[in-house]
Design a protein around this ligand. Sequence first.
Ligand code: 13P
Ligand code: SF4
Length: 312
Amino acid sequence: MKNNNIINEIELLKKEKNAIILAHYYVVPEVQEVADFVGDSLALAHFAQNVEADIIVFAGVNFMAETAKILNHDKKVLVPDLESHCSLADSYPAEDFEKFLKKHPDHKVISYINCSADIKALSTVICTSSNAVDVVESFPKEQKLIFAPDKNLGSYINSKTGREMVLWDGACHVHDRLNSDRLLELVQEHPDAKVIAHPECKDVILNFAEFIGSTKAMLEYTQKDESQKYIVATETGIIYQMQKASPNKEFIVLPSDENCNCNDCPYMKLNSLEKIVDCLKNETNELNLDYELMEKAKLPLLRMFDISFKTK
Ligand code: 13P
Ligand code: SF4
């Protein structure tokens, strides 16, 4: 009942303000339900580029909202909670990265979209987990490459493409902590289950996986695949859409090393219905970026779109 009132209020505010809500699969189910579009990083960025509404409320983490702003400058981009950082994006300060780049002057720079606008502006091209292979393969074999900030994704792409990209030493604190011993036990307990994993996981987890892909790719895989049971190695939020799309299938979440809910991304989980009402009603928590920075950061994003949507 309480939620019904808030949901009605959000719907009214969306109409009154000509606003649209975008959400990532890792936010809580009730926020995914009020969103006009739910997707992985690539789908969200692409959708944001073409939004016509005046206001975008971005229920995800800040680098995703920044990306929407970079791609669609004129829109007012609001975030439900300004503390929605991303540990991976934070592991990659621009000053340190500039020093790193100076040590590798003849390298092109591929940055995973989980990074700040400053880092995007320093990059040749951006990629996401759904197009990283295509982006890397768009460069000639002899081209020296830096891949940052996710060393797990970078090393997975190195193994898939036979490249030896220089990797920045960053990782997502959620995926990096998933428990490989527990995975082994779960595989033995459920021999009929398939392991599916996000490429931000360590290779000890990825080695078990029958399917590795972005959140959206994993969701689509579970819809098309014939198995009835999956062990899912990523953040917990995606289970909601998997279960919704395949109500008769079973999804087992791989836990973290620590005895905690560490496979919940704490930043994604800061998004709530109440905070959406607050930011929409008062038009607070607006993300603003310097215009020149946005222009610089936009180019590598557009290069990614060119590669990604040309090869598909
Ligand atoms: P996706 O692009 O696969 O949705 O991943 C985003 C992310 O932050 C994973 O931790
Ligand atoms: Fe960042 Fe990890 Fe959260 Fe994804 S799950 S938003 S990479 S902290």
